[in-house]
Ligand binder design. Structure first.
Ligand code: HEM
Length: 505
């Protein structure tokens, strides 16, 4: 007995020493990386507070100063992450997941250890790339029908100028339309599904915040009991309840002769269930909630930003409408994939709004799993999180001349210039969905957002329909665009604001 106790104590001691040495080594490497002046000689709490108040200014300071090397930034958690300048992005993009992990960075961010959600399931991105994106040509008539139904159901009459809190309306409409593609016709109008569509992201972010605010040593004992974390379990139980009858009916249907296979993400998951060990309703529910988290609010925020900008740039509305009318006339009145491709002014406007108002100020979040030595000799130790400063790249004059000016047709003009010069292929690089060192709002590299084709497709459909149907303007007495809410690296439209809509005569 005594011997066993002694052995356990020695093993624990060795482990503690090992962890301590690792930490010292980690700190040594991180502290060698340069730091912006505004964060030097400050306590970790001072840096955290400055970051929460003015992250954008801090990233801009780093962007100006460190063009050739990475630097460290104390973030909202009070710990250092490593910021990458555009020049070094290509060499990091090439590294495999065993060296830089997107899943582990997201898992850290969402406190997966305590929120117990799915953040690293390969099946999601894989199914979107392999099944959803190629299916868009086929699915577009169905998506368009859902867009029409949603506008009809959720937009008020607007016979005269009517104030609309567009964020909430869009959240509902996006949940319905996306739901049609994610869970199929049986569930996309289901009240419980739609509630999950609109609420789950908010609930998960609340839970994540509560866990982060808890002292780390208490988390293993108390995090599960937080009401916000319990709410996630409740939501999963509800998702199991609404999915079960549909899934069971489909599994039965599969066995019958005349069964017509549904064409949606739920079915594509079911088809891959053996290969991805998707052997329980609980896993399926977590996957669907994961999709809701990545898809609904991101799409809603992007669309809201576009409507807020349209309300203060009325000069763009008629030229975009004219294009939509022309494209529809040339495509038999159908918003097909080809028609969406041809709406180049609209695409350019959306892209410019996203540049000025991205969904967040950082992107390309990656956890370093194996130390990386960069071409400039700098060493990034394992354990650290990497990020790219979206806000600074989108305001870089060498990428976007006169970058502080909103130019809704910036990319449209570039596309036209390329086509005139005979560079058809290069012209496509100016599309909204394109991802590069300069276009990082959808991420970068092998884990760049696989849902962006669907999202842009969906937002374009809403805009094409709503711009032909409504005039849009700012509420009386306000001339400036509604400001976005900024906290740390988060930047989102203020959902409480109204803009005015009126049916086109
Ligand atoms: C305008 C709307 C959207 C925006 C702004 C957006 C943005 C992003 C960003 C920044 C990332 C991280 C990329 C990286 O780290 O390199 C991401 C990843 C992801 N997004 Fe989106 N997204 C949107 C819509 C969607 C939709 C509609 C879906 C689903 C259909 C989706 C599914 C995903 C998935 C599965 C990932 C993880 C990819 C991976 O780890 O390989 N997103 N998104």
């Amino acid at each position: 007995m005594t011997h066993a106790l002694e052995l356990a104590s020695v093993t624990t001691l060795i482990l503690l020493v090992y962890v301590y040495l690792l930490q010292i080594n980690y700190n040594r490497h991180v502290s060698r990386l340069p730091q912006i002046r505004s964060q030097q000689n400050k306590s970790s709490e001072e840096n955290r507070q400055t970051y929460l108040k003015s992250a954008k200014a801090l990233y801009n300071e780093g962007y100006e100063k460190f063009t050739e090397c990475v630097y460290r930034m104390a973030n909202a958690d009070g710990i250092y992450s490593v910021v990458i300048p555009p020049k070094l992005m290509p060499e990091l993009r090439r590294l495999p997941d065993t060296v830089l992990s997107s899943g582990k960075a997201v898992a850290d961010f969402l406190e997966v250890k305590y929120t117990h959600i799915f953040a690293e399931e390969e099946i999601v991105a894989h199914t979107i790339k392999a099944d959803l994106t190629p299916a868009l040509v086929r699915l577009n008539p169905i998506i368009c029908e859902e867009v029409d139904k949603a506008i009809q159901a959720d937009m008020p009459e607007c016979n005269d100028w009517t104030p609309v809190r567009i964020y909430g309306v869009l959240a509902n409409m996006v949940a319905k339309v996306s739901g049609r593609v994610f869970v199929g016709p049986e569930l996309c109008q289901d009240e419980n599904y739609l509630e999950a569509g609109v609420q789950y992201t908010i609930e998960l972010m609340d839970a994540q915040r509560r866990v982060k605010n808890m002292r780390p040593f208490l988390r293993p004992f108390l995090a599960d009991r937080l009401p916000e974390v319990r709410q996630l379990r409740k939501r999963e139980k509800m998702a199991i309840d609404f999915l079960r009858p549909i899934v069971e009916a489909r599994l039965e249907g599969e066995k019958t002769k005349d069964w017509k296979e549904p064409d949606d993400l739920l079915q594509w998951f079911l088809k891959r269930r053996t290969e991805h060990n998707l052997d329980s309703m609980a896993k399926l529910a977590k996957l669907q909630l994961g999709i809701i988290f990545t898809a609904i609010h991101t799409t809603t925020m992007t669309a809201t930003n576009i409507f807020y900008s349209l309300a203060v740039t009325p000069e763009y509305i008629e030229p975009i409408r004219e294009e939509i009318r022309e494209v529809l006339a040339a495509n038999g009145g159908v918003i097909s994939s080809k028609a969406l491709q041809e709406m180049e002014r609209l695409d350019s406007y959306m892209k410019e709004v996203f540049r000025m108002y991205p969904n967040g100020y950082i992107s390309f979040l990656r956890k370093v799993l194996k130390g990386v030595t960069l071409s400039n000799g700098q060493y990034i130790p394992p354990g650290v999180n990497l990020e790219v400063p979206v806000c600074s790249i989108y305001r870089d004059n060498s990428f976007y001349p006169d970058s502080d000016t909103f130019d809704g047709f910036r990319s449209y003009k570039l596309r036209k210039a390329e086509v005139s010069a005979g560079n058809q292929g290069v012209s496509a690089r100016n599309q909204f969905v394109n991802v590069s060192e300069q276009n990082i709002g959808f991420g970068y590299g092998r884990h760049a957002c696989p849902g962006r084709f669907f999202a842009v497709n969906e937002i374009k459909m809403f805009l094409a329909r709503m711009l032909l149907k409504y005039d849009i303007k700012m509420v009386e007495g306000v001339t400036r665009r509604w400001a976005n809410i900024e906290t740390g690296a988060e930047c989102m439209p203020d959902g409480s604001k109204e803009i005015l809509f009126k049916k086109v005569a």
